[in-house]
Design a protein around this ligand. Structure first.
Ligand SMILES: [Fe+2]
Ligand SMILES: [Fe+2]
Length: 352
């Protein structure tokens, strides 16, 4: 069982009581999203001020991967407001937080009797992922098509796609996302979906604020939008590219930037990512040969994820590279990349 709490001291006392019925792990609400969802019963002990309630909502949507997972709320007050909040968050049982040990043990035993079969849960994760990827992929296809036809870019779709991506990443985790996207060969814009998943997962791991996570997800989804007009036979060419073809491909950051500049409501940081995701800290990148101090952190983050995704992808002209080897290649790029970020990324890769 998992006990989510905003009070470590009170949590420990309850852990002892709950633990008498089934093994109980206490997780601080602040850290809830960093833990994998792997418990078949959840207890919550927290107040219902707006901020904590929001944290609880996020934590539960992350950990309660199956609606059959029971959720016990340990209530500090018995007001109608508190019980309404608990029920709105999905409580299946309520108990006063100062209930006797016997009452708590009995409640934990009842929760232990609810057996959630992991197999349907896996199937459910797959179908949730499938729906998420389908929606985000459809948004991406539409965005790229609009870019290709020089139409107004549907920024509302980009916003919805980024929002869904961040939620999906929280719900199912980065590894499942990558596995799913990589397994499905027929997905259009697989590279953008991989980069977007890596960026959203990495940003969440770094504890970046939710608003910035969403901006980064938007940026990752459209980072290669400048490739929309490049013929597929050039993008997927197996032989060496001619100088002209190479020049065409290298135009995509500036082309993408030009395309999005002037679209009302686009975040300036998204524009910076689109233009600068191929810049290197030593000034050897393109299109503006920026150097370290000119490249913001959020651009560096996308660059690391972009290179990693390109390495682990299967492309027509190369087999996929194993995660550990791809990570070693990022390290070997030395001063071109932010090695502090690369090291943090490596810790994520090690868990994937
Ligand atoms: Fe690119
Ligand atoms: Fe890319």
């Amino acid at each position: 069982m998992l006990l989510l709490t905003d009070d470590a001291g009170e949590g420990q006392r309850l852990q002892r009581a709950l633990g008498a019925a089934q093994a109980c792990e206490v997780v601080a609400l602040d850290d809830a999203l960093k833990h994998k969802p792997e418990h078949s019963a959840i207890a919550c002990l927290a107040s219902f001020d707006p901020e904590t309630t929001e944290q609880l909502r996020e934590a539960l949507s992350h950990h309660r991967t199956d609606p059959r997972i029971p959720v016990l709320f340990l209530m500090r007050d018995s007001s109608l407001y508190a019980s309404t909040q608990a029920e709105a968050l999905g409580a299946t049982a309520l108990l006063p937080s100062d209930a006797s040990d016997d009452q708590i043990i009995a409640a934990a035993r009842r929760m232990a009797e609810v057996v959630v079969d992991p197999a349907p849960q896996t199937a459910r994760t797959e179908s949730v992922l499938e729906a998420d990827v389908a929606e985000i992929g459809a948004a991406l296809v539409e965005l790229m098509q609009a870019a290709k036809e020089n139409r107004q870019i549907p920024l509302g779709l980009l916003d919805q796609g980024a929002e869904r991506l961040v939620t999906s990443m929280r719900r199912t985790g980065i590894r499942q996302w990558l596995d799913f996207v990589r397994r499905h060969d027929d997905l259009t814009y697989q590279h953008c979906l991989l980069v977007a998943g890596l960026v959203a997962g990495f940003a969440s791991r770094l504890g970046i604020a939710p608003g910035s996570q969403k901006m980064l997800a938007q940026a990752a989804l459209v980072h290669d939008i400048g490739k929309a007009s490049i013929p597929r036979h050039i993008l997927h060419k197996t032989g060496l590219l001619s100088a002209d073809e190479m020049a065409l491909i290298r135009r995509h950051p500036a082309d993408g930037h030009a395309l999005l500049t002037g679209q009302r409501g686009i975040d300036a940081r998204v524009l910076a990512v689109v233009r600068h995701h191929h810049e290197y800290l030593d000034g050897s990148g393109y299109p503006d040969r920026l150097r370290a101090s000119q490249i913001p952190d959020f651009v560096r983050l996308v660059t690391v994820c972009d290179i990693y995704a390109a390495l682990v992808e299967r492309r027509t002209y190369k087999p996929p590279i194993a995660p550990a080897q791809a990570q070693a290649m990022l390290v070997a790029m030395g001063g071109k990349l932010d090695q502090g970020l690369v090291a943090a990324f490596g810790r994520l890769v090690a868990e994937m």
